[in-house]
Design a protein around this ligand. Structure first.
Ligand SMILES: NC(=O)c1ccc[n+]([C@@H]2O[C@H](COP(=O)([O-])OP(=O)(O)OC[C@H]3O[C@@H](n4cnc5c(N)ncnc54)[C@H](O)[C@@H]3O)[C@@H](O)[C@H]2O)c1
Length: 349
């Protein structure tokens, strides 16, 4: 049966979702688009052949021909439409980060459980072959027990503009925008141990520079953050991300186990995945023959969403563990304000 899709938020990333759906042919049809900017909604609906262009997402959710929605609004406007969509009986694919706060993410998870619908976070790194292979290696115990992990994203000069630099639309800055990729991938590879404590800093280092391409008066989020996190089971985690820093560009995930080490360098240079195994005196690089199939194209994640909806679940990237990233962000911001380590805990879901 053809699935009716509604797209909520018709800005930059919505195009990738629409193209993903359009590539699926008869399996889906984009039925409606909603954006608070009426012209944007109308242009997008015309481009994608959708019968309805609306300003209010509530009107889109009232349409019986909409079975599932992509939520492509800015971060601070993820929770309300997601909860309303689930309550209206629609499946939800929501852009990363899942929500602006843990409290919002919890509301979304609870709504999905009550409605028994698919809630998937569009986190393209979860389908990266190297990330899938890393998860497999840790799950099999190839590294022994992992006692330390780090997720680092240094963007040399990457401060965006638009809705990303304003707290009232984005909820947070560099950490939520791009730090969420490395942080979520790391937690996934570890098998989602619960975060227990966070000691962190968040800062605006370059946001008010007058020689950037954005308006410094609009800049109300962090462009740098770092955190030391204790996880259930004793693993410790170092996480850091910057939209701009006076280092070369560098993104990496690293895992230290008692019987080996694993590194993911998603953008090179050199091999994207390196695994070493052995003891103190005989540590050696492991040959990696074949990686699991996957892709970081948004179209690939969109297809996984449609597969899950058609199969009646489960969600390929469920909210109940994705929200660990929000828990760490909340803790990091609080710790930064207080100047010390804070405890974090998950409410009952
Ligand atoms: N996966 C990726 O590669 C990727 C890349 C960029 C952005 N994103 C994520 O996608 C989301 C959107 O980013 P973007 O670049 O498209 O932002 P954007 O600012 O270009 O677009 C957001 C759109 O949402 C609309 N909107 C806001 N509130 C709304 C509401 N209540 N109802 C309907 N429409 C509403 C805005 O008018 C705007 O058109 C963010 O959460 C961002 O983190 C993901």
């Amino acid at each position: 049966m053809e699935l009716g899709i509604g797209i909520i938020g018709a800005g930059g990333i919505s195009r990738a979702h629409a193209e993903g759906y359009q590539a699926l042919g008869d399996r889906v049809r984009i039925a409606a688009v909603a954006d608070i900017d009426a012209e944007r909604a109308a242009d997008a609906a015309a481009r994608w052949g959708a019968a309805h262009a609306l300003q209010r997402y509530e009107d889109l959710l009232a349409l019986p021909e909409v079975d599932a929605v992509s939520i492509c609004t800015y971060n601070n406007a993820h929770c309300a439409p997601a909860v309303a969509a689930l309550e209206a009986g629609k499946h939800v694919l929501v852009e990363k980060p899942m929500a602006a706060t843990t409290a919002e993410a919890v509301q979304m998870v609870r709504a999905a459980r009550r409605a028994d619908k698919v809630l998937m976070v569009e986190m393209k790194w979860r389908f990266m072959p190297e990330i899938l292979a890393a998860r497999g290696a840790v799950e099999r115990g190839d590294l022994g027990s992992v006692y330390y992990a780090e997720a680092i994203g240094w963007q040399h000069r990457g401060i965006p503009g638009g809705t990303f630099i304003r707290k009232e639309t984005a909820g947070g800055g560099a950490l939520m925008d791009n730090g969420v990729y490395t942080l979520d991938a790391l937690l996934y590879i570890l098998g989602h141990p619960r975060p227990l404590t966070v000691s962190g800093t968040a800062a605006d280092t370059f946001g008010h520079s007058r020689d950037g391409s954005w308006d410094p008066a609009e800049f109300t989020v962090e462009d740098f953050g770092s955190a030391y996190v204790r996880l259930e089971g004793g693993t410790t985690l170092f996480f850091a991300h910057a939209w701009a820093i006076n280092f070369d560009e560098q993104w990496q995930l690293r895992f230290a186990g008692k019987a080996g080490g694993l590194e993911v360098h998603p953008f090179g240079p050199g091999p994207k995945l390196r695994i070493r195994r052995g003891g103190y005196g005989d540590l050696a690089e492991v040959e990696i023959d074949e990686l699991p199939s996957g892709s970081t194209e948004i179209a690939y994640a969109v297809e996984r969403f449609v597969d899950a909806v058609e199969a009646g679940g489960p969600s390929p990237v469920p909210g109940d563990t994705f929200l660990y990233t929000n828990l760490i962000f909340d803790g990091l911001y609080e710790s930064s304000q207080q100047g010390g380590e804070v405890r974090v805990s998950l409410p009952e879901l």
